[in-house]
Design a protein around this ligand. Structure first.
Ligand code: NAD
Ligand code: TYD
Length: 333
């Protein structure tokens, strides 16, 4: 199979590209990525000499580039997106352009090139917050941030291309991922790095908001199953079954690193901060035989070790642009 992976220089995309190339020795991947602040050739430098991996720097909202890439492949997995809620609150423009217009451009091109499958990577955040229980694939969409709203918009357009144009779209909605190569603006890498540097860990609000943590390689396995065995037009929830409040997560990180809880610094809450995300994963378990394998504490420990070992990776990111962003957006830490 020849596969187009968009956003394959980002966190989940780079893990997925590596996972697929290793698992399927005959597969070829065309990796289309704009290399925004979140994209990094360093995330896929081990693939530079791999003849089965072709990297194209380009925008998913640019039809000419997309058509060129799409003409080379049989199927596509769309990871490319603007992904950080806090950035979407500061400015939503790039989110609308990439997440909505970019997805639309890919769908039009997939239609033209008659792709055999188009997996659109979405998020549990499209369902919005749920105080208890969990959302199924049939639940309504109730997003609250510009990020989750732009993802919900993309999901609806993707579904419409299946219904109207018979583009073989499948949507995945996963919970919060963690693991190697995650950009240090998301809470786990940010807190691990700050703790390693004995800097404060800025915990939003009362720290009681709950997220369901999914190890990135478990998500890659789920997407692989969806790509090969999923049913056209379907949606699959993917969750880690590890629900933790932010304060519980923060204490675990500090404990694993042998650091004091005095590093926790309560800061102003995020506007419209979703309290709890939770997805019901019975469908993917029953239909595709997927369940998360990772034991959370082991996967978190492995992730922390990865950040300890790969200091040059995150130091470079921080020195290039992150520190400035962080100071500007929050004026804290
Ligand atoms: P990321 O921010 O680490 O990477 C996004 C990648 O997309 C980057 O490499 C970036 O350069 C690229 N990109 C951005 N705009 C582009 C454009 N216009 N054209 C081409 N490339 C572009 O994101 P991630 O955490 O790896 O998330 C990947 C996907 O998974 C996203 O669609 C996200 O909504 C979804 N998702 C993420 C999580 C999570 O916890 N990280 C959870 C659920 C769903
Ligand atoms: P984040 O990693 O930004 O993912 P998302 O908002 O998409 O779930 O945040 C995860 C949780 O951690 C969320 O409840 C907000 C919280 N958080 C903090 O408390 N402090 C921080 O500095 C960040 C980035 C997040």
């Amino acid at each position: 199979m020849k596969l187009l992976v968009t956003g394959g220089a980002g966190f989940i995309g780079s893990n997925f590209v590596r996972y697929i190339l290793k698992k399927y020795p005959s597969y070829r991947i065309v990796n289309l990525d704009k290399l925004t602040y979140a994209g990094n050739r360093g995330n896929i430098s081990d693939l530079n000499a791999n003849p089965r991996h072709e990297f194209i720097r380009g925008d998913i909202a640019d039809r000419t580039t997309v058509d060129e890439a799409m003409a080379k492949v049989d199927a596509a997995v769309n990871f490319a997106a603007e992904t950080h809620v806090d950035r979407s609150i500061a400015s939503a423009t790039a989110f609308i352009k990439t997440n909505i217009s970019g997805t639309h451009t890919l769908l039009e091109s997939a239609r033209k090139h008659r792709l055999s499958r188009f997996v659109h990577i979405s998020t549990d955040e499209v369902y919005g917050s749920i105080p208890r229980g969990s959302f199924t694939e049939k639940s309504g969409l109730n997003p609250s941030s510009p990020y989750s709203s732009s993802k919900a918009g993309a999901d609806l357009i993707a579904r419409s291309y299946f219904i109207t144009h018979k583009v073989p779209v499948i949507i995945t909605r996963s919970s919060n991922n963690f693991g190697p190569f995650q950009y240090p603006e998301k809470v786990i890498p940010l807190f691990v790095i700050n703790a390693l540097e004995d800097k404060p860990l800025p915990l939003y609000g009362n720290g009681l908001n709950v997220r369901d943590w999914l190890y990135v390689l478990d998500n890659c396995e789920a997407i692989d199953k969806v790509l090969h065995k999923g049913k056209d037009g379907e949606i699959y929830n993917i969750g880690g079954s590890t629900h933790l409040s932010n304060v519980e997560l923060t204490k675990k990180i500090l404990e694993m690193l042998g650091k004091s809880s005095k590093l926790i610094k309560k800061v102003d809450d995020r506007p419209a901060h979703d309290f709890r995300y939770a997805v019901n994963c019975t469908k993917i378990a029953n239909d595709l035989g997927w369940r998360p394998r990772a034991i959370f504490d082991e996967a978190l420990a492995a992730t922390i070790t990865w950040y300890e070992i790969n200091k040059p990776w995150w130091k470079k990111i921080i020195n290039n642009n992150y520190r400035e962003y962080y100071r500007k957006q929050y004026g804290r830490a």
